[in-house]
Design a protein around this ligand. Structure first.
Ligand SMILES: O=C(O)CCC(=O)C(=O)O
Length: 277
């Protein structure tokens, strides 16, 4: 029986960067007796989600936030999908980056958001990540004792090819630090998680910041877990909290056997070609 326990921390984001990191720590302490295997934090969990903040809050890999996340992973013996944060490279480019740590606190994955969130919906949400961010250029999977897992960031979920690449690479669950908003959240949040779960017969885990009506960008919240049958197995509302869920990987295998969508693909007719490492 391959059961894994995941926790999504739907937390507030305040302007003090390290206060956000401490908040994550308080939650980890609170849930430690639940013994989660994987913990996921929200997108930009330590930086209020505004384009002008990204260069200001950015750190190079190995910086103070990275170090504390690594420390938490080791202290609590968890796989930590560290939400995301602005990452600065040696040339000064800034990325929306998720670091992944193993139970010893070693970095075992790093996802730079591939699809930048540039939208302009009439009467609704406008945002342009590309004003200050650079896009990553590869999909991200990491290995654990439960098998291979994938990570993508928020807007990435809208591009079916990326999830499919991860599944082709052997991913058994996909973790998605995210922050949908009051325009696209009610319309597409649950639908996107259910769709990616259904078409890939995979667990999808989404973690959002809690809703703060006074923020410049208002998060939809609703951290969510969907299963390989396309069902929502758990979802929060908009308030601060933790979503604790158990994933049954045997069930995933069962669904893939009984409804053999992945096996029935016509690779003689179509194929997803991977153009990067
Ligand atoms: O896809 C959406 O509607 C929201 C995406 C988003 O907020 C993001 O990528 O940060």
């Amino acid at each position: 029986m391959a059961k894994i326990k995941v926790a999504a921390i739907q937390m507030p984001t305040v302007t003090d960067k390290m206060q956000n990191v401490r908040t994550a720590g308080i939650y980890l302490e609170k849930i430690k007796d639940e013994k989660p295997d994987f913990v996921i934090l929200p997108e930009m969990f330590c930086c209020p989600y505004q384009t002008q903040n990204f260069p200001v809050y950015a750190e190079e890999e190995g910086g103070p936030v990275w170090q504390q996340l690594s420390e938490y992973a080791k202290q609590y013996g968890i796989y930590l999908i560290g939400g995301s944060m602005p990452e600065k490279d040696a040339e000064g480019k800034v990325y929306n980056t998720s670091y992944i740590f193993d139970r010893q606190g070693k970095q075992i994955g790093k996802h730079r958001k591939v699809h930048l969130f540039d939208i302009d919906v009439t009467g609704g949400q406008t945002f342009k990540e590309s004003d200050t961010l650079t896009a990553g250029d590869h999909d991200t999977v990491f290995d654990t004792e439960f098998g291979r897992m994938g990570v993508m960031l928020c807007f990435d979920i809208r591009f079916p090819e990326l999830a499919r690449m991860m599944v082709n690479d052997g991913a058994k669950a996909i973790f998605v630090p995210a922050a949908f908003n009051m325009t696209t959240g009610p319309a597409h949040w649950e639908l996107s998680f259910r769709t990616r779960a259904l078409d890939n017969q995979i667990y999808m885990i989404g973690c959002a910041p809690m809703r703060d009506e006074s923020a410049g960008y208002i998060s939809w919240g609703h951290s969510i877990v969907t299963d390989p049958w396309g069902r929502v197995i758990d979802m929060l509302d908009e308030k601060e909290g933790v979503l604790l869920t158990e994933l049954d990987l045997d069930y995933e295998e069962q669904v893939r056997e009984e409804l053999p969508l992945l096996k029935s693909r016509r690779k003689d007719m179509y194929r997803l070609e991977k153009l990067c490492k």
